[in-house]
Design a protein around this ligand. Structure first.
Ligand code: URA
Length: 205
């Protein structure tokens, strides 16, 4: 359960947490995923980037944001002058949730129970990294960080919640941008995405 995860991971180093997390059975997602995809990057990063959950490619590689969404993220970070190697990158949920569809594994959005079950890992990462700013990619990440349902379209941008020890920037999930068919709409959303990413710069330079 989430409580067990909390107790077992308390006070552990990042390396130990990464190892402990591999055996996590706090929700049923472990049954179908290849492995836990823990966060990676600088443990002293000022910027923490939080996605939703690993995708097909991440599930196999064991690393966050290495597939198409990761490529778009990398491009946008470069546009606004942020080096991904300076950040810590993770996900709200650390097992890939999917259902079979022919030969492909179709991504499924994690539900609130799964996000809750995985929350202690994210909490530990936040405690260890102690970022200045957390960039939330999509509503799942934003809800996990802000602790309430979040609509990205309504709440994009900077949140300076006095109850949190870090600034929060909410933006689209890169996979959402990849799904936009209309070229104009896609370009507009990409510009907004870069604008949001750029908001992180004031906290990291
Ligand atoms: N989408 C996510 O939310 N996270 C990843 O790591 C990859 C794709």
């Amino acid at each position: 359960s989430a409580d067990e995860v909390r107790l077992r991971s308390e006070g552990q180093s990042m390396e130990t947490m990464r190892e402990l997390s591999q055996g996590c059975q706090a929700c049923p997602l472990y049954e179908r995923a290849t492995q836990v995809v823990f966060g990676e990057g600088r443990f002293d990063a000022r910027l923490m980037i939080v996605g939703e959950q690993p995708g097909d490619r991440e599930d196999i590689a064991g690393k966050p944001f290495v597939g198409p969404a990761g490529e778009l993220l990398d491009d946008a970070l470069q546009v606004v002058g942020i080096n991904r190697d300076d950040a810590y990158v993770t996900n709200a949920v650390k097992h890939f949730k999917w259902r079979p569809s022919g030969k492909v594994r179709l991504h499924q959005k994690p539900d609130a129970k799964e996000v809750h079950a995985c929350k202690p890992w994210l909490q530990r990462e936040l405690e260890q990294v102690r970022p200045e700013v957390v960039l939330c990619l999509g509503s799942t990440a934003a809800s996990a960080i802000l602790g309430r349902p979040v609509s990205v379209t309504q709440e994009r941008g900077l949140h300076d919640d006095p109850g949190l020890p870090y600034a929060v920037v909410v933006t689209f999930h890169p996979a959402y941008l990849l799904r936009l068919q209309d070229v104009k709409e896609r370009r507009r959303a990409e510009r907004a995405f870069c604008e949001d990413l750029g908001l992180c710069n004031q906290f990291i330079n």
